[in-house]
Design a protein around this ligand. Structure first.
Ligand code: 26M
Length: 819
């Protein structure tokens, strides 16, 4: 039961916690200790609601969605929990009274960075929306000891530092050893014939075993007393290291099991949109899936005796192919442990599992070598072989004599297990994450599957939570919006369209732009303190923050900055509106070219920021360690949202939506959800450029793109590219950026030069950038455009996305928790 906030009680509880945890009085406590004490106090309130929620669920016996994901990029919990408890202002006041600043206290919390980027942050937004809408849900994942690495920039290069996020303890998590499960790896499968049933039984022997111990994180719904659970699994050795096992000859095995447990959950793979085929990665996948599926089945069996109806109470949403081994694990449990026939088990499994595709990048597709897969998961591999045998038979029945179809669609082919094919064959739903992306899946990437089973395919355009990315991240704008249209937008974002009537109102425009200015001052302070660079909040803040990847084309952005610099140097008298180009991006640790691009951005920044002759017209800032917590500051302060991926490559994007919500028009290609953003806000309120997805796909399929022709015929472009290899930005090592130069022009470095059409889009990008400047010079026009972006962002709430998943895929009932 949630009580009304009581300031005196709250302060007393914080005091008591500081004493109990640290044996200190308030005036002796560090900010970190106050953070811990406040968090434990807040957790107490949450636990009351958590218990009430789980009691209600227990009573109503609803259907649950299990959101299976290798990644949950949660960010910080304290501020968000206070927001959703609607106690943020109360706590801020109470802390002020005892001499603490809530913002400073919040800054003590490390980000929970159990994810790479878009896919992981989407999972976190979905959990927020599920709790806020009152749907029974579990997030299922891994409690990595080390999350996404911390990025340091040294001499312009990215350096990865381990993220020891648990070192001071995590006040919000709850260890639940009573729900531990065992997970088996390796060994072999023995077939035992059962005389009584006349059936074969499959017994895994000689395996290694790991104990999976769950840690539960509360997911607080907004102002509704709902608290759902994110359950992440830790790995422990099954038996304590026993000396006598040495005598038994099990010494080696005992050591191995200890090591296995330690390694499995040690660290998040820091790759985004790239698959490397590492054995440990497959272990991670099976580890958390086996534990999660076992837990879901146990939970069901507590109340129900007929496992054939499991799907009436549970649905598994697979966040990309990473958790797809769930299909085979559910089959294994149903057949080997619950005694169902293959057909019965398949019926349950195919009514339980659903798959979301997040990328069409070929290098991200998970394909496991049979040797590795069958050695690590012998029983699971057997089951997948049988699924494949039956699926291939279906393909052959549907397309007699067409071996081409089998070659393209089989789950096991060419010595590899193809996880996407397994997910599609076994899932009852296959969805893309934006309209354009889903169309590309149907017409290109998954064409054969769509043709064979069109009823499975559907679109669910991504969304973001306005609670974190406006209410918490941009308190000034949030208050202003509430002043004008009331506060229902917090749980009903489409209401934000009511702001449209203010778009031409001069006073409203000035207030809106003044808030933007104050947020730019806040970011400028952050940049000064964290990067030591001085930026002018009156300049245009042009921002590209996202993972570093060639297809996202940070390179196009920085080449354009180099071009602008040349222009300003050539024409010092030229009218040029001051610009600050802000970058934030982590590169996968092994991605050479991406890391070199970071070095290039920093080298260009060095030259430009130190050239007094251009009179501060241009600044380039690389924000170190871009992550959820500083993202909240960055979105709030952005004037221009750079969404410049090669059309067809960005499945959706979600940063684009966060910028829009915060009043930053999109400068982008017609890719992913940009298409839908432009549709909502109108072309006149965005800056669109470049090849279309169809044009890109056409070049890719039929050839005809020759970047050297552009190089030869355009001197501005040629000059910029020459500056990559003549020492302009690397006087001590002119060859430094040779690889980047070659990637654009030299066919030897890849199948086709300029794989991502940077030269093709350069001129049209520069032209769009000129339109940005022109629009910005007209204050009223810009203010209107910015405000309309906020006003038209209603579609992009993850509340809408989740409601569509519920209505069209999961079919859950809303729960209400009585006060
Ligand atoms: C795969 C194998 C081994 C290690 C890591 C991976 C891997 C990890 C993350 C592969 C892909 C990963 O993420 C892909 C991703 O983030 N995709 C993004 O998903 C967003 C949410 O749907 C979309 O908005 C983005 O457009 C899409 O790029």
């Amino acid at each position: 039961m949630s009580k009304k906030f009581n300031k005196k009680e709250f302060i007393n509880d914080v005091k008591a916690n500081v004493r109990a945890l640290y044996r200190r009085n308030l005036d002796e406590a560090t900010q970190q200790q106050i953070f811990q004490a406040v968090s434990y106090t807040v957790k107490d309130t949450i636990i009351d609601n958590w218990l009430a929620t789980q009691e209600q669920y227990e009573k109503d016996d609803p259907k649950y969605v299990y959101y299976m994901s290798m990644e949950f990029l949660m960010g910080r919990a304290l501020g968000n929990n206070l927001i959703n408890l609607t106690e943020y202002e109360d706590v801020k006041e109470a802390l002020a009274e005892i001499g603490f600043d809530l913002n400073v206290i919040e800054d003590q919390e490390p980000d929970a960075a159990l994810g790479n980027g878009g896919l992981g942050r989407l999972a976190a937004c979905f959990l927020d929306s599920l709790a806020t809408l009152g749907y029974p849900a579990y997030g299922c994942g891994i409690r990595y000891r080390y999350g996404m690495f911390k990025q340091k920039i040294e001499d312009g290069y990215q350096v990865e530092v381990p993220d020891n996020w648990l070192k001071d303890g995590n006040p919000f998590e709850l260890r639940r050893p009573e729900y531990a499960k065992e997970v088996k790896f390796g060994g072999y499968v023995r077939v035992v014939y059962d005389e009584k049933t006349g059936r074969n039984h499959f017994v895994q022997e000689g395996y290694q075993v790991v104990r999976a111990v769950p840690y539960d994180f509360p997911i607080v719904g907004y102002n509704n007393r709902v608290v759902n659970t994110l359950r992440v699994w830790d790995a422990e050795a099954v038996s304590e290291f026993q000396l006598d096992s040495f005598d038994k000859g099990d010494y080696r095995k005992a050591v191995e099991q200890e090591n296995l447990a330690r390694n499995i959950v040690e660290v998040l793979y820091p790759n985004d949109n790239h698959y490397a085929g590492k054995e440990l990665r497959l272990k991670q996948q099976y580890f958390f899936i086996s534990a999660s599926v076992q837990a879901a089945v146990s939970k069901y069996k507590k109340k129900h005796s007929d496992i054939r109806k499991f799907y009436e109470k549970a649905t598994f949403q697979l966040n990309d192919t990473h958790p797809t081994v769930a299909v085979a694990e559910l089959m294994r449990i149903l057949i080997d442990e619950e005694g169902l026939t293959w057909e019965e088990a398949w019926d349950v499994t195919t009514k339980t599992c659903a798959y979301t595709n997040h990328t069409i990048m070929a290098e991200a597709l998970e394909k496991w070598p049979i040797e590795l897969f069958s050695r690590l998961l012998p029983r699971i591999y057997q089951i997948i072989e049988e699924i494949n045998r039956r699926f291939v038979a279906e393909i052959e029945a549907r397309y007699p004599g067409n071996f081409e179809k089998v070659r393209k669609m089989a789950i096991i082919f060419d010595g590899q297990v193809k996880m996407a094919h397994l997910a599609i064959a076994a899932g009852y739903s296959v969805n893309g994450v934006a309209e354009l992306h889903t169309e590309i899946l149907k017409k290109q990437e998954l064409k054969d599957f769509y043709e064979m089973m069109p009823e499975k395919f559907n679109n669910k355009t991504n969304g973001i939570t306005q609670r974190r990315f406006l209410l918490h991240g941009n308190p000034l704008l949030a208050a202003w919006v509430t002043d004008h249209i009331g506060d229902e937008w917090i749980t009903d974002l489409p209401q934000i369209a009511k702001l449209k009537v203010y778009a031409d109102d001069r006073k409203a425009q000035q207030e809106f732009m003044n808030i933007k200015y104050q947020n730019k001052v806040r970011l400028a302070k952050y940049i000064r303190e964290h990067n030591g660079i001085e930026v002018d909040p009156r300049s245009i803040f042009d921002v590209q923050v996202k993972r570093l990847h060639e297809y996202k084309r940070q390179l196009l952005n920085i080449l354009h900055v180099m071009y602008l610099y040349n222009q300003i140097k050539d024409h010092p008298e030229m009218d040029f509106y001051p610009r600050t180009f802000i970058f934030g991006a982590k590169a996968a640790a092994g991605y050479r070219r991406a890391k070199l691009t970071i070095k290039l951005i920093n080298s260009v920044a060095d030259v430009i920021n130190n050239d007094a002759s251009i009179k501060n017209k241009l600044k380039v800032v690389f924000i170190e360690d871009y992550r959820v917590s500083n993202a909240e500051l960055i979105f709030a302060a952005a004037d221009v949202s750079e969404q410049i991926s090669t059309a067809s490559k960005e499945a959706s994007g979600t940063g684009n939506m966060k910028f829009m919500l915060n009043g930053a028009p999109t400068l982008g290609t017609m890719d992913g959800a940009n298409v839908e953003i432009v549709k909502e806000v109108g072309e006149e309120n965005a800056f669109i450029f470049g090849l279309s997805a169809d044009e890109v796909i056409n070049y890719e399929n039929n050839g005809g793109y020759y970047p050297e022709n552009i190089f030869n015929s355009d001197q501005d472009i040629r000059r910029v590219l020459m500056q990559l290899i003549n020492g302009t930005y690397a006087p001590n090592d002119p060859e430094m950026f040779r690889d980047i130069y070659d990637s654009l022009l030299n066919t030897k470095s890849s199948d086709r030069a300029d794989t991502y059409f940077i030269l093709a889009d350069f001129k049209s990008y520069a032209e769009a950038q000129r339109r940005v400047e022109e629009a910005y010079r007209d204050e009223a026009r810009w203010a209107k455009m910015a405000m309309l972006n906020t006003a038209c962002s209603g579609k992009f709430t993850s509340d809408r996305t989740i409601q569509q998943y519920v209505d069209e895929i999961w079919h859950l009932d809303k729960e209400v928790i009585e006060a």
